[in-house]
Write a protein that binds this ligand. Structure first.
Ligand SMILES: Cc1cc2nc3c(=O)[nH]c(=O)nc-3n(C[C@H](O)[C@H](O)[C@H](O)COP(=O)(O)OP(=O)(O)OC[C@H]3O[C@@H](n4cnc5c(N)ncnc54)[C@H](O)[C@@H]3O)c2cc1C
Length: 788
């Protein structure tokens, strides 16, 4: 965080704390409530907090996008009322910064910032909803301007607002006048008009909740001067798309709103939740995880934009994600309220009624899913007969040259063949592959440098494990690469505090050796233990040794023991070298489970070391699951492009597109949780258990969804063991319950939420170089009074 940002945020928090209205404002969808909210906006403006992302000359603070996100978080955390000026502040203003004239900015922005002029969005028409280009309202040139006629509808708060921005069909520019034929996206003009101008009639419309949230606007030869055309006449579609990108963009709904709602939900659950009702508790955990995922994802996008990136289809993915999260949050709260949930005025009910509209406004979620399928996954458009573009890689580009080399190594190796041989009992090709991975340093990642390892970060380890999951590499990945090195490192550090010296242990006296030969169950001397663990670590680093372990909550089972030269039993009170019992077949044919008997105790009372090893293993498993989810999605997209039914690739069908769009959304929002968990391990944060469990829940759910969808999209061929898809389908089934089931991890998140900790504020620095004037925003919103 830069000092300026810190000072700004501190000032904003102080001001909000001192000036927050003492009780809920009346609903913004009533005449009275609208004016109360206008007064609040004026107070914000007087404190120069109404448009923090605008340039100072227009009343802003030149705040960067990251600073704006932090401000939003502080605003909602303080219980700030809905922003009544949002359509102007967050949709029209960025459009004017990008496409308006200096004169328009100077004339329109100051009264907008002060809430003297509140704007409505007038796009939808009775015959033009999702298909905005079907609009019929017209603007006809006249002396010094234009005459508007037609009907606009569903315009949020237009019953009370002052002015509106809309899109109009313009004669003589581009396509024909009524939109029939020609390019419907041409011949449209972006115009501004007053809602009380002569010729304008506004009909209020009551919404589902009974208040006047909408209005219909009838225009009868309404005069608009040329000065109120934004951009060039006929260029309205392009300009409207710029507005829409802000509307759907990363801050149509800033994360602060959902983070605050998730915190309130957790508080509600703490207050009224039944401890025995784990189903509801897990829904609370899911809502909290969703809010955190959205927060982390948005912050990562903001950092990318600050570094010169552009906002692409994340906007559509984010829109689907937050709108469904919002419904889940509110419905979970209503479930907790019991009979009170039907009472009007109940804050969660009012919020839920509004949340139900989220999948409709700002481009319906069906339209967004189609956009995601066609632009992110490159699935063919309807009626296409060709497969479309061939690229099917949806992961982020490799984070480093090393990650790229690992990717290339695995791409070039025939991993499916190695996995099939491994399943048949011939592990030679698989082990040769592990040898090549060792050559690249993969097996040395989690081994400290002292024992010949790389001492790499958990972030690097997660990157590697994701790649191994992506290629379905057989063998004890999470165990040998992550958990065992973590455990052995703790044991080898005889001076370290992770493993208490035996002298501290009640059993210490039993550990005496007899002539250098220890009986089973006796403890080695610290130096002996360090030597043995050091030797094993050195073997792991070079790849000469593979290892596995059994640990809670999967005691006494260890995976892939037949490939492991070292088998450990890690219990909270004792860690032993052990022997694996007979191999039991896993659903994943290239994997097995064995019961481990520990017969050579290495250390006692090493719960902290076991806990750290577990979290590293669970992180590695989550990364493998995320990699597998990507592989399943890629295979599905490849198949959907070439499998022809009814004369078209099946990927042209919307049912298939939307299924795969949901998979890519799940992957997209699981990734930031995985990154955050790895970062938490790297800085040894107290939140590690919660963060790792949130990552496991999200990655496991994404992988399960990817597997179910992949099977469905492939049809019967996917249901065969012959098709390589089966390698990932079965691996996901096997990894889902490994390292703690999904329910186990949800419960761990729940347990952490029972503590008085909430979602941390985002990390703000380093801030964007350039101020943004485009903090996107909601187009509509109900008052979610924070004082109910
Ligand atoms: C609370 C709220 C506030 C709003 N505020 C404003 C505002 O301020 N200004 C404004 O101009 N508008 C506003 N709208 C209108 C909003 O933009 C439209 O409702 C939206 O564009 C959808 O149009 P529609 O309602 O006509 O539904 P339709 O387009 O008729 O769609 C009906 C159903 O068919 C589906 N569908 C349509 N086409 C396709 C397709 N090609 N593929 C798959 N499915 C499809 C849709 O997803 C939807 O499920 C608001 C709406 C709501 C609910």
């Amino acid at each position: 965080m830069t000092p300026d940002t810190g000072a700004f945020l501190a000032e904003a928090r102080d001001w909000l704390a001192a000036h927050m209205p003492p009780g809920p404002l009346p609903s913004v969808d009533t005449a009275e409530g609208f004016e109360w909210h206008r007064e609040w906006e004026r107070a914000l403006a007087a404190a120069r907090l109404s448009v923090v992302s605008w340039p100072t000359e227009y009343g802003g603070r030149d705040a960067s996008l990251l600073e704006w996100l932090a401000f939003e978080e502080a605003y909602y955390a303080a219980g700030g009322p809905v922003r009544v000026g949002q359509n102007g502040l967050f949709l029209l203003a960025p459009t004017l910064f990008a496409h308006g004239t200096r004169e328009q900015r100077d004339r329109l922005l100051p009264p907008m910032a002060r809430a003297d002029e509140i704007w409505a969005q007038a796009w939808s028409e009775p015959e033009a909803g999702s298909d905005l280009a079907a609009i019929r309202s017209r603007a006809v040139p006249t002396d010094g301007g234009w005459l508007l006629s037609g009907t606009k509808t569903w315009s949020s708060r237009a019953a009370f607002a002052d002015r509106a921005f809309g899109l109009f069909r313009t004669d003589g520019v581009g396509a024909d006048a009524d939109g029939a034929g020609g390019d419907r996206h041409r011949g449209l003009t972006y115009l501004l008009f007053g809602l009380r101008d002569p010729g304008v009639t506004v009909r209020p419309i009551r919404q589902l909740g009974g208040e006047t949230g909408f209005a219909e606007i009838f225009l009868d030869d309404v005069f608009v001067p040329d000065a109120n055309v934004v951009g060039a006449p006929g260029d309205g579609w392009r300009i409207a798309m710029s507005t829409a990108s802000h509307e759907r963009g990363l801050s149509l709904r800033s994360p602060g709103r959902f983070v605050a709602a998730a915190d309130r939900l957790v508080a509600l659950w703490r207050g009224v939740g039944e401890p025995a009702d784990t189903a509801t508790a897990h829904r609370v955990a899911d809502a909290w995880i969703g809010a955190r995922a959205y927060q982390l994802h948005t912050n990562a996008t903001a950092v990318r934009l600050a570094e010169g990136g552009t906002l692409g289809t994340e906007a559509s993915m984010g829109k689907v994600f937050w709108s469904e999260l919002d419904i889940a949050l509110h419905e979970t709260a209503l479930g907790l309220l019991g009979p009170r949930a039907e009472l009007r005025g109940e804050r969660w009910l009012e919020g839920c009624l509004f949340a139900l509209a989220g999948p409709i406004y700002a481009g319906t979620n069906e339209i967004q899913r189609t956009v995601i399928a066609e632009r992110v996954l490159s699935l063919p458009r309807a009626s296409a007969t060709s497969p479309g573009r061939s690229s099917t890689s949806f992961g982020r580009p490799p984070a480093s040259p090393w990650a790229a080399a690992l990717h290339d190594l695995l791409d070039a190796a025939d991993v499916p063949a190695a996995a099939r041989s491994w399943a048949d009992g011939d592990r030679s090709t698989g082990l040769a592959l592990w040898g090549r991975l060792a050559g690249l340093g993969v097996t040395a990642l989690a081994v400290p440098e002292k024992w010949g390892g790389l001492g790499a970060s958990a972030t690097d380890l997660a990157t590697a494990c994701e790649e191994l999951g992506h290629h379905a590499v057989p063998g004890p990945v999470a165990e040998s690469l992550a958990a065992v090195p973590a455990l052995l490192s703790a044991l080898a550090e005889t001076e370290g505090r992770a493993v208490p010296d035996e002298a501290e242990s009640p059993e210490a006296d039993d550990s005496a050796t007899d002539g250098g030969v220890r009986a089973p169950g006796e403890l080695p001397a610290p130096g002996d233990r360090a030597d043995r663990c050091g030797d094993w670590l050195a073997g792991l680093a070079t790849g000469d040794l593979l290892a596995t372990l059994a640990m809670p909550p999967r005691l006494p089972l260890a995976a892939d023991a037949e490939a492991a030269g070292l088998v450990l039993l890690a219990e909270p009170d004792a860690i032993s070298a052990g022997r694996a019992g007979p191999r039991q077949r896993s659903v994943d044919p290239s994997r097995s489970l064995s019961v481990v008997n520990g017969d050579d105790v290495l250390a006692r009372n090493a719960a902290a070391a076991v806990a750290r090893a577990f979290d590293l293993g669970a992180l590695a498993c989550s990364a493998q699951l995320l990699g597998a989810a990507r592989a399943l999605l890629e295979a599905s997209v490849r198949h959907a492009r070439v499998r022809v039914q009814f004369g078209q690739p099946v990927g042209t069908f919307q049912a298939v597109k939307h299924k795969l769009a949901d998979v890519v959304i799940a992957i997209e929002f699981a990734r930031p949780l995985l990154d955050a968990a790895a970062a938490a391990i790297d800085r040894d944060a107290p939140t590690v258990p919660r963060d790792v469990s949130a990552a496991k829940v999200a990655c496991g759910d994404a992988a399960a969804l990817a597997a179910r969808s992949a099977l469905q999209v492939h049809g019967a061929i996917g249901y065969t063991a012959e098709h390589d898809l089966s390698l990932w389908l079965t691996k996901v089934r096997a990894l889902a319950p490994a390292w703690g089931s999904q329910a186990w991890h949800r419960q761990r998140v729940v347990t952490s939420l029972a503590l008085p900790s909430t979602i941390e504020p985002p990390s703000v620095g380093p801030c964007a170089a350039a101020p943004v004037t485009s903090a996107p925003s909601p187009d509509v919103e109900r008052d979610e009074s924070p004082w109910a």
